[in-house]
Design a protein around this ligand. Structure first.
Ligand SMILES: Cc1cc2nc3c(=O)[nH]c(=O)nc-3n(C[C@H](O)[C@H](O)[C@H](O)COP(=O)(O)OP(=O)(O)OC[C@H]3O[C@@H](n4cnc5c(N)ncnc54)[C@H](O)[C@@H]3O)c2cc1C
Length: 376
């Protein structure tokens, strides 16, 4: 079978790997507009469960990914200068660049044709030239836009602003830090992803953003401002920019997932707010699901129908949880009166999917502290 993939991010590369691995006679080409080293972004996170799926799907890339990992089991919530740690939450971080390198190398080894610096604009032409076209071209997907009548995307821009930075201050755990500053409320999502670097995402509501005057600030001034807000947490380390820009999170859904021989995958198909750390995980698991549907049916149309049938409920559940989490952060200002332990509990249960029992299993000491506070 001939497969063309638009987008050499995690979704496109991983699907190419899995298909080539299952049948080396497939002719697979990936078209990526950037060069192999041009990617932006810092670290991405995976849960323990995702890793098990990756191991089953391709143990070679799984081994390389886990060798490059930083792993932890705690969520830390910092509020009013107090840190509350909640254990039993298994996560790992890896740099996005390193992850892409591993997937690029593995694709090449298996015989996938990688075309870098190859932006695809004529989608019809690329679709006509193959049996299956994968639109794995990210959140601002050209494939989705080209066939928007058919996919019927629902795109919702959320109100908070956020910006991705890195820092050499190491956060040993998924750390959520809240700082009130000049009448505004800032939240930082940070985690270490290698021996000397952490991801540091700052998020704030539109009022905080306007009052700080970020619209008129240069990159250097923005970083200085935020270094001041999070001075206690960064401990003298700078924020590192990598083409970092303030953006609003875009919630992406599609009424239809495929059209003719074309299917969307990863961020092109759906997004989930970064506070639940699952964009890359969902992209990779989409690829696993699509490849399994091919194995099951062996025919393009049936594969695409089956993919939507089995995968849509999983994605909808994630998106619902991610939206609850997104809304919580949009309203963070109204929780700032809580004591640190109360805030930590509220955060852990914000998506409505974690209850007291599961928190007790993860970390009995944390639940004991929550209950002592309740009865105080
Ligand atoms: C720049 C960037 C930085 C990120 N940083 C982080 C991070 O630090 N931590 C984290 O957890 N998540 C991060 N994310 C989000 C997370 O990586 C995504 O959820 C995940 O990458 C989704 O994978 P994907 O393969 O669907 O899409 P993407 O990773 O977005 O990959 C899509 C690829 O398609 C290419 N492309 C787009 N249009 C075309 C075209 N017309 N022709 C050819 N190629 C095209 C793009 O260059 C891109 O490489 C980042 C995303 C991006 C785009």
């Amino acid at each position: 079978m001939k497969i063309n993939v638009i987008g050499g991010g995690p979704a496109g590369l991983y699907f190419a790997i899995l298909m080539k691995r299952s049948d080396s006679t497939h002719d697979i080409a990936v078209y990526e507009r950037n060069g192999p080293d041009d990617t932006f972004g810092w670290g991405v996170v995976f849960s323990g469960k995702t890793l098990a799926h990756l191991r089953e799907a391709d143990n070679v890339s799984h081994r390389r990914i886990t060798e490059a990992f930083a792993a932890w089991d705690n969520v830390d919530v910092v509020h009013s200068d107090q840190k509350i740690s909640i254990h039993g939450n298994s996560f790992s971080g890896i740099s996005r660049l390193q992850l892409l390198k591993i997937l690029q190398d593995r694709s090449s080894e298996l015989g996938v044709k990688l075309h870098f610096k190859s932006e695809v604009n004529n989608i019809d032409e690329v679709a006509a030239d193959c049996d299956l076209l994968i639109g794995a071209d990210g959140v601002n997907s050209t494939v989705r836009e080209k066939y928007k009548q058919e996919f019927q995307p629902q795109l919702e821009q959320r109100s908070n602003k956020y910006i991705w930075y890195g820092t050499h201050q190491l956060f040993h755990g998924l750390t959520l830090t809240f700082r009130e500053h000049a009448g505004g409320v800032f939240a930082a999502h940070s985690y270490k992803f290698n021996d000397n670097t952490s991801t540091f995402i700052v998020e704030c509501d539109p009022l905080t953003w306007d009052n700080a005057g970020f619209a008129q600030m240069s990159d250097r001034d923005t970083r200085s401002y935020l270094e001041d807000v999070f001075a206690h947490d960064l401990r003298g380390h700078q924020l590192l920019s990598n083409n970092s820009k303030w953006i609003n999170f875009l919630n992406v859904k599609n009424a239809h997932w495929s059209y003719r021989n074309i299917v969307l995958l990863g961020d092109a198909l759906h997004t989930a707010h970064f506070s639940i750390g699952s964009g890359t995980k969902l992209a990779l698991e989409d690829s696993i699901a699509l490849q399994q549907c091919w194995d099951k049916t062996g025919e393009v149309n049936a594969t695409l129908q089956e993919f939507e049938r089995v995968r849509r409920p999983v994605i909808e559940e994630y998106q619902a949880a991610a939206l609850e989490s997104c809304v919580w952060f949009e309203n963070a200002r109204q929780f700032m009166h809580l004591k640190p332990i109360e805030l930590a509990y509220d955060i852990m249960t914000r998506s409505g999917r974690v209850d007291d029992e599961s928190l007790r299993r993860r970390d009995p000491a944390f639940m004991n502290a929550v209950e002592s506070e309740r009865s105080a």
